[in-house]
Ligand binder design. Structure first.
Ligand code: GLC
Length: 559
């Protein structure tokens, strides 16, 4: 497949002048945890709008807003009941409009989430489907099937939900008599759409237009690998399927048919001015398969989860970087780096937590921002926030938790989703979703006037934007400096990169006029001085023509 793409491969430097997204740093706003304007404890669009100056000041190019659409919130808004309406929890349509305008005024682009794999069970289509018994046409927009077994008592196939338990739920008629089953790869409140139905594609094209007309600069496509299922919905033949996501071929993910949908969306995006983009959240078994989502006629970017999952260490990091660059270069796309998002344990904690985790997280951030391509920053990582690991069970809202361990905690039966950590959706996703601290010395630390929907740790007082601003050693100032330099130094962002010789445990990468050295070792490394240091995650010592780079530190050099 990559072969017939060869003629389309572009000169990487050509993208620099044409595609803003090829170098963009995009900041993920998890709306419910960013800023609360009305005191209900949940972040909202007005709150986010008021905090946009922080993002402009931080130096990012764009903002990605997680779903704020009308939703019963069974999965933090990834269960959409009306794709054209703003949920009252987050505001009104005029607030979305106001936010987009204000962002544009500040020079920030805005990307919104689109959730095409499934709707909410409260979506008008699904309610009509339930009302339309036994194979009626309203059911054809979803996947309804009779059960297996004498009385249809078993699910139609052996697929498992990413959140644990079977991927099927049986319906019941008004009289309570059991009926057909419907497919939901996520929670039962998130029925999967049938993308073979022409109305589904038509409706989503219209929804995309609705938001493009409002002025958004693109979409983060949720579960972009999921819309098409293998014909006949074949059994997989084994359990623990969540462990297979992103490493093996599954009949419900990464099917070739999804690319046709992305092509049609690209044509739609291209019909608008201003380079509107599509970003795939896609789990594919290899970097090569992931790169198929960003072929020139498909989406613009795909999150690089291989990089996110990569353990700390020079050899492993270098391998993932090489593989990702080769795969994206083969299709002429930029790489898209990401360390954290609302589905995974924050990287400060993944890298070991405490001082060491923070040291590594800061170094990894400088590495990421030095790599060719685009990068995503998840809200709070610029503050070095750790995962909140001791949230009380009663506070947790992640549906994966409620279906797994949380089911037992609340007196129910767990479905067992032991393998789900593969996909990041292991039921502990609330710990990275705790509202971020802005200012002050008591919770909710400027998040809003009311008690935040998830409790914030007392130590976060020292990590607030206010507490870190102006302190040159803070993580916030490190990000600010890095993002400012990224704009200033022409060698950063999209463009060429090569490796320089370095001792074991050290990575040295070269960009035009620029070098980045990362010491991954637990001991300091003595290295030749490659240029003038412009930014470092820890103090450097010079002597005898050499520099001593502290343990687990990263340095940027102008050459
Ligand atoms: C994506 C989202 C995640 C959500 C899931 C189902 O993985 O990032 O938060 O639970 O899709 O929509």
């Amino acid at each position: 497949m990559t072969q017939d793409l060869a003629p389309l491969v572009q000169d990487p430097s050509a993208g620099r002048s044409t595609g803003w997204w090829r170098s963009a740093v995009i900041y993920q706003v998890y709306v419910r945890s960013f800023a609360d304007s009305d005191g209900d404890g949940v972040g909202d669009l007005r709150g986010a709008r008021d905090r946009l100056p922080h993002l402009a000041d931080l130096g990012v190019d764009a903002v990605w807003l997680t779903p704020f659409y009308a939703s019963p919130q069974a999965d933090g808004g990834y269960d959409v009941a009306d794709y054209r309406a703003v949920d009252p929890l987050f505001g009104e349509l005029s607030d979305a409009d106001g936010l987009v305008r204000e962002a544009h005024r500040l020079g920030l682009r805005v990307i919104v989430d689109i959730v095409p794999n499934h709707t909410s069970d409260q979506h008008a289509w699904f309610r009509a489907a339930l009302a339309d018994r036994h194979g009626g046409p309203a059911r054809e927009r979803y996947h309804f099937r009779p059960g297996r077994g004498e009385s249809g008592q078993w699910p139609p196939n052996d697929w498992e939900s990413v959140f644990g338990g079977p991927a099927w739920t049986r319906t019941a008629g008004a009289d309570g008599a059991p009926g057909e089953w419907y497919l939901h790869l996520f929670a039962p409140e998130q029925p999967d759409l049938n993308w073979d139905h022409p109305e589904v594609a038509r409706e989503f094209a219209s929804v995309l237009r609705f938001w493009l007309d409002l002025g958004v600069d693109g979409f983060r496509v949720d579960v972009a690998h999921g819309m098409v299922k293998a014909a006949g919905l074949p059994d997989i033949g084994r359990g623990e399927q969540a462990k297979m996501i992103g490493t093996q071929v599954l009949p419900f993910f990464d099917q070739d048919g999804v690319h046709e949908i992305h092509r049609s969306w690209r044509r739609l995006l291209d019909s608008y001015d201003g380079e509107r983009i599509g970003v795939a959240e896609a789990w594919a078994p290899t970097s090569e398969r992931l790169a198929l989502y960003v072929r020139p006629d498909e989406l613009h970017q795909a999150f690089n989860f291989q990089f996110l999952r990569c353990p700390w260490g020079a050899a492993a990091m270098r391998e993932v970087i090489d593989e990702s660059l080769a795969a994206t270069a083969a299709v002429g796309a930029p790489a898209t780096w990401v360390l954290s998002n609302h589905d995974v344990v924050r990287h400060t904690t993944r890298y070991g937590g405490g001082e060491r985790g923070l040291r590594r997280a800061r170094a990894a951030a400088l590495l990421m921002l030095a790599l060719p391509g685009s990068a995503y920053v998840y809200q709070g990582e610029e503050l070095g926030l750790p995962e909140v690991e001791d949230l009380p069970d009663e506070a947790r809202q992640d549906p994966a938790f409620l279906r797994g361990r949380g089911a037992r905690a609340r007196g129910g039966v767990p479905h067992g989703n032991e393998g789900a950590e593969r996909s990041g959706q292991d039921g502990t996703r609330d710990g990275c979703r705790v509202p971020i601290p802005w200012s002050g010395t008591t919770a909710p630390y400027g998040f809003g006037p009311g008690t935040s929907w998830l409790p914030q740790p007392a130590q976060w007082r020292e990590l607030s934007v206010e507490a870190q601003s102006g302190d040159p050693r803070s993580t916030l100032e490190l990000y600010r400096s890095a993002l400012a330099l990224r704009r200033e130094l022409p060698g950063l962002g999209d463009g060429p990169m090569s490796w320089l010789p370095a001792p074991e445990g050290v990575l040295a990468l070269s960009r035009p006029g620029f070098v980045c050295t990362l010491n991954t070792l637990a001991a300091e490394a003595e290295l030749p001085v490659p240029g003038r240091p412009v930014l470092a995650t820890a103090p450097l010592e010079f002597g005898g023509g050499a520099v001593r780079v502290p343990a687990e530190a990263c340095v940027w050099w102008a050459v």
